[in-house]
Design a protein around this ligand. Structure first.
Ligand SMILES: O=C(O)C1=C[C@@H](OP(=O)(O)O)[C@@H](O)[C@H](O)C1
Ligand SMILES: C=C(OP(=O)(O)O)C(=O)O
Length: 434
């Protein structure tokens, strides 16, 4: 499928984007390991979260739905998973393979985890290393890449691990293995990353402490089922936060969006650029803060993005690069080398597309410099990366000619129905079979 976009337009109206991907994954994982039944609402029916559902079904967990965002997980307890009959395919999902590798390292049975071409190119040494220190038997293929092979029935021991990079996936992997380890498992992060695992473990009655930046738990306790309401994904909302900010006359209300402080880098960065964003109706659902976000058009200016915001906005940079392309002046991003190991090398993928549209940019090892100005049109390659596809779709609002975005099937990994929702708000987008 490809997207065809006519230039120009204004975004208006109200929308609720699909459920948070990070929270959806974790709701299945912890629901499966809990004692009792977990009722989930607002679940993301995207391919990544569905890969996690399929994995737990393959390990004997009965899961009803998803049906209009509702999922019922019949927990089997921490010791109740069964050996899957075959290797488990995590599709495009880094979160699934990295969190599951921790959880599976502590099982009595052996497993293999694989994924699509993009996932098979992503580094897994970052989870293999700490898991081996805990006593796990886990091997990658081709230089620490998937498929991963995990030999079960290993006695895991708790460790303290200083994360070498700011990664919620690695943190979560180690903590989930820690559920099965003897004694205490703890981590320190070089910078705070999304804390959904810690929050949700507590929601399931599991004690997780945090002291002076050290996050820890003791193995051997049990989880108790609870109900989870998944907020709308701020990473999906980000495309409309930028879209409304760059398209003159726009005024959009995005409802029920998760505004966990470890996820709001996009709000902070856009505000520094001069965006007109206001939060309303702030409340807490199931241990996660949410709000309705109103965003209106405002002229943006280029900034040096504060490095402490990078982990808090890590998935939002493709959208933010489009904001930078429409801003007056220069935007500089540094300290974002992690962007190079996502579904694609997001610095290189975005730089290529920006250049196609005539936006001046300079690629750095750990970031990019983008010169704001006018945008032409053209044909954009997405490198099978959902966020690249959506970023260049919203760019059309300020482009002077048509934009064709190739290879958009992967949008369904995180944002099924993106084109219809965007069209409803005013983006002139059509999806064509390729
Ligand atoms: O833990 C999670 O749910 C995620 C963590 C981030 O990855 P890293 O841990 O690799 O930064 C993020 O990019 C990904 O989309 C989801
Ligand atoms: C990086 C992402 O996801 P994952 O690592 O789970 O594939 C993303 O959704 O932008």
């Amino acid at each position: 499928m490809e997207f065809n976009l006519l230039p120009g337009g204004t975004l208006t109206g109200e929308a609720r984007v699909p459920g948070d991907k990070s929270i959806s994954h974790r709701s299945i994982m912890l629901g499966a390991l809990a004692d009792g039944t977990t009722n989930i609402s607002g679940f993301l029916e995207g391919e990544d979260a569905l890969a996690t559902v399929a994995a737990f079904r393959a390990m004997g967990v009965s899961i009803e739905g998803p049906d209009d965002g509702r999922v019922i997980v019949h927990g089997v307890g921490v010791d109740g998973l069964k050996a899957p009959q075959q290797p488990m395919d995590m599709g495009n999902s880094g979160t699934s393979i990295r969190l599951l590798s921790g959880l599976l390292a502590g099982q009595a049975f052996s497993t293999s985890l694989t994924g699509d071409a993009s996932l098979q190119g992503r580094p897994m040494g970052r989870v293999i290393d700490p898991l081996k220190l805990m006593g796990a038997a886990i091997e990658g293929t081709n230089d620490g890449k998937p498929p991963l092979h995990i030999t079960g029935a290993q006695a895991l021991r708790g460790i303290h691990y200083d994360l070498p990079m700011a990664s919620a996936q690695v943190k979560s992997c180690v903590l989930l293995a820690g559920l099965y380890a003897q004694g205490r498992t703890s981590v320190t992060e070089p910078a705070p990353t999304r804390d959904h695992t810690e929050r949700m473990l507590r929601g399931f009655g599991y004690k997780v402490d945090r002291d002076n930046g050290v996050i820890g738990l003791r193995g051997g306790d049990r989880l108790t089922a609870c109900d989870i309401e998944v907020p709308a994904d701020i990473s999906s909302a980000a495309f409309f936060l930028v879209a409304a900010s760059i398209a003159p006359g726009s005024d959009v209300l995005l409802t029920h969006v998760g505004i966990n402080p470890t996820r709001i880098g996009v709000l902070n960065i856009l505000s520094l650029m001069g965006a007109d964003i206001t939060l309303r109706n702030e409340r807490e659902v199931g241990g996660e803060p949410v709000a309705d976000i109103r965003v209106k058009y405002a002229p943006l200016r280029g900034i040096e993005i504060p490095e402490d915001q990078v982990p808090l906005a890590i998935d939002e940079f493709p959208a933010l690069f489009i904001a930078a392309a429409c801003a007056e002046g220069t935007t500089v991003l540094r300290g974002a080398e992690e962007l190079r190991v996502k579904e694609s090398d997001r610095i290189a993928s975005m730089a290529e597309g920006l250049t196609t549209l005539g936006v001046r940019n300079e690629v750095l090892d750990d970031g990019i410099v983008i010169q704001g100005g006018t945008m032409g049109g053209g044909v954009i390659r997405t490198f099978h990366d959902h966020r690249i596809a959506m970023a260049f779709s919203i760019a059309a609002l300020r482009a002077e000619q048509e934009i064709r975005v190739l290879d958009c099937d992967h949008v369904a990994t995180s944002f099924p129905g993106f084109d219809a929702l965007a069209r409803g708000l005013g983006l002139q987008i059509s999806a064509l079979a390729d």
